[in-house]
Design a protein around this ligand. Structure first.
Ligand code: UDX
Length: 437
């Protein structure tokens, strides 16, 4: 496939990853963003999002001249044979996706798009958006294509360059082949379909992942009831390739900027279309109930003299929605922290990814720079994000600080033996100390 001229509108973690990776495949890419500060920093190869490999790819693209950054979306689109829309589609009122950014950019570029241009929806958009964008563009000589991303935060470059599959939805075969051809160097399986199927594929993938997680978390509760070990059960079922062992690690619930938004958006669009989706509703409700049960467990184990958490100090280790990112959007750790706070607990939290950014969470908790500082005088410690460095903390120092020597490991990932050596009682999810070997 010859090198193409590509415009990428929006330089968030999807847009910037898409632009930098397509440039690394040999294409000429112009990334546009409305934020002049962001464009200025990107022109200096200053990448503000935590994505391993991305700064290097941006620098490489700039040096080769294949990657550039502008503010002007129309200017970028005017010279492109392919325009990727990588725009925020936040959860709007009632859970539906807010398409304001997509609609605004479509209006901006409609008059300059070259004849035959492919306009590609990369961000997750509701089923039917490709048709909507085509209406907004009003350019029958162009084609709107759905090419959903399947990028995990913290692994976006890896996932882009090593895709399990490329999904391309288009109602014009030549446009589909054109977009699929951009990825030819990756030699990944290509699924060519219509736009609605491609759009729904993205939601179905994220729904299934969320369902698998709710299954694992719910199963952990069942294991507790029958004194079984969730780790053994998930390994036991994971050997069946129809099930697979990935994404069965119990945790504080699933969160992030995608799974919650996408599951709610899918449920909303189904409700609006009068389609029942009880499994989707149960997946969401199970996540909420799982977090409530974990809060209940901490409340019972760390209660003060009056039996409540009022005035009780708790240490939280980890606030990011998962390890490897500083992203707090829909973080399950914050969901649990809010419920503990609502019960009157005084929360002191440490997260290694927040030491620099220090977001203002003062209405919820006190951010501290050291796990032992968080533990000072606390009636218990709750681990909510699976930061690898938590394995090697000075658990003796933490034990000395804790008023009550208990650690709730809501990621089942610490070494209970190591904690026991420090005199700490480990409490996991769906498994007991005796099962941990
Ligand atoms: C997700 C999808 O994985 C990705 O394919 C899609 O393109 C975007 O949404 P991401 O939002 O980065 O990616 O999060 P992911 O890595 O999927 O984790 C989602 C949540 O599930 C996190 O809170 C994580 O901690 C939790 N999780 C994940 C578990 O609790 N257990 C697991 O085994 C895996």
């Amino acid at each position: 496939m010859p090198a193409r001229h590509i415009a990428v509108i929006g330089t968030g973690y999807v847009g910037l990853t898409t632009g930098a990776c397509l440039a690394s495949l040999g294409h000429h890419v112009v990334c546009a963003d409305a934020d002049p500060h962001k464009v200025g920093r990107l022109r200096q190869a200053q990448v503000d999002i935590l994505e391993p490999g991305l700064p290097e790819l941006v620098a490489e693209g700039l040096d080769s001249g294949r990657l550039s950054f502008v503010q002007d979306s129309a200017g970028a689109a005017a010279d492109a044979d392919t325009v990727f829309l990588c725009l925020p589609t936040p959860m709007g009122a009632g859970g539906a996706a807010d398409l304001a950014a997509v609609e605004s950019v479509a209006a901006e570029i409609r008059s300059v798009l070259p004849e035959g241009c492919a306009v590609v929806n990369k961000s997750t958009v509701p089923v039917g958006t490709a048709e909507r964008v085509a209406e907004l563009l009003g350019r029958p000589d162009t084609t709107v294509v759905s090419n959903p991303e399947f990028l995990r935060e913290g692994r976006a470059v890896h996932d882009f360059l090593h895709p399990d599959r490329i999904v391309v939805g288009a109602d014009a075969p030549d446009a589909a082949e054109h977009v699929a051809g951009l990825y030819a160097a990756l030699e990944a399986p290509v699924v060519l379909t219509d736009t609605a199927s491609a759009e729904l594929t993205k939601y179905a993938a994220n729904f299934f992942l969320a369902m698998k997680l709710s299954f694992a978390n719910n199963l952990a509760t069942v294991c507790e009831r029958f004194d079984a070990d969730i780790a053994a059960v998930t390994v036991g079922i994971g050997h069946d390739p129809r099930i697979g062992g990935a994404f069965l690690q119990p945790g504080p619930g699933w969160g992030g900027s995608c799974l919650p938004k996408d599951t709610h958006a899918l449920l909303t669009v189904c409700e609006q279309a009068g389609v029942e989706f009880p499994l989707l509703r149960a997946t969401i409700e199970t996540n909420v109930e799982h977090q409530r049960q974990l809060v209940e467990r901490v409340a019972a184990g760390c209660a003060g003299p009056d039996g409540s958490l009022r005035g009780v100090r708790l240490a939280l280790l980890g606030l990011a929605f998962k390890a490897g990112t500083s992203d707090l959007r829909d973080s399950p750790a914050l969901a649990i922290a809010r419920q503990l706070r609502e019960r009157g607990a005084e929360l002191y939290a440490y997260d290694p990814a927040l030491s620099d950014t220090r977001p203002d969470l003062s209405d919820l908790l006190t951010l501290v720079d050291d796990p032992a500082q968080a533990a000072a005088g606390a009636a218990g410690c709750v681990v909510l994000t699976e930061w690898p460095q938590f394995h090697d903390l000075d658990w003796n120092a933490i034990a000395r600080q804790l008023h009550r020597p208990i650690v709730y490991d809501f990621r089942n990932f610490l070494d209970p033996g190591r904690l026991a050596e420090a005199g700490l009682a480990w409490q996991g999810i769906g498994r007991t100390l005796s099962m941990t070997g």
